[in-house]
Design a protein around this ligand. Structure first.
Ligand SMILES: CC(C)(COP(=O)(O)OP(=O)(O)OC[C@H]1O[C@@H](n2cnc3c(N)ncnc32)[C@H](O)[C@@H]1OP(=O)(O)O)[C@@H](O)C(=O)NCCC(=O)NCCS
Length: 165
């Protein structure tokens, strides 16, 4: 088991990719005794005018529930602003912060029928690990959801990709 540092918030530095920028809006330190890991929430903003286009969460660590269906990352793009890969690009922008906390990989989950989210996982460098049943006691499941796709992003490999010419 590798070391995951819960100490935070860390200063994420400028998070900018072309027309997309991320702004930190919330950090929750986590409550280990209640099963909550630390969480960063960012707004995705259009860099040119600061308009909020969506949001992305990074959770530092995995509880049993997060490993079963929540994952390390959550994202949402407002319907009017979809079609620019903002979610996948946002996840990539958060790799350095995840590494700074000692994470070696990210688990990203979604419903099997959520094609946009599955594609987002792939575009973020995720590899499908398995498709597992949603636990019967899952918190706040999407209506009708019974299964969860689990993708793994190898942060060391993602780093090599980034440095590749
Ligand atoms: C998932 C979500 C964040 C993606 O938004 P986005 O970053 O704007 O993504 P894009 O619209 O650019 O689409 C990303 C990819 O999915 C594909 N895609 C999107 N909708 C699709 C659909 N209905 N069918 C097939 N492919 C689709 C796009 O073509 C693109 O892939 P490509 O470049 O290879 O063609 C957005 O759809 C959303 O907010 N959905 C609701 C919330 C949600 O599902 N969150 C994830 C929970 S796990």
């Amino acid at each position: 088991m590798h070391h995951v540092s819960a100490a935070g918030p860390l200063e994420p530095g400028p998070l900018l990719d072309g027309d997309l920028t991320l702004a930190l809006v919330q950090y929750l330190p986590g409550r280990p005794s209640e099963g909550y890991v630390p969480m960063y929430r960012f707004h995705m903003r259009r860099a040119s005018d600061g308009v909020r286009v969506g949001e992305v969460d990074l959770r530092i660590g995995l509880t049993e529930r997060l490993h079963a269906y929540g994952g390390n990352v959550g994202y949402y793009v407002d319907p009017a602003f979809r079609g620019h890969h903002y979610a996948a690009r946002s996840v990539r922008l958060l790799f350095a912060l995840a590494r700074a906390h000692g994470l070696k990989e990210l688990c990203i989950t979604c419903a099997p029928e959520n094609v946009a989210s599955r594609r987002t996982c792939e575009l973020a460098g995720g590899v499908l690990v398995d498709i597992v049943p949603l636990p019967a006691d899952a918190d706040d499941p999407e209506p009708g959801r019974t299964m969860t796709c689990r993708y793994r992003v190898d942060l060391a490999a993602a780093d090599r990709d980034r440095r590749a010419p």
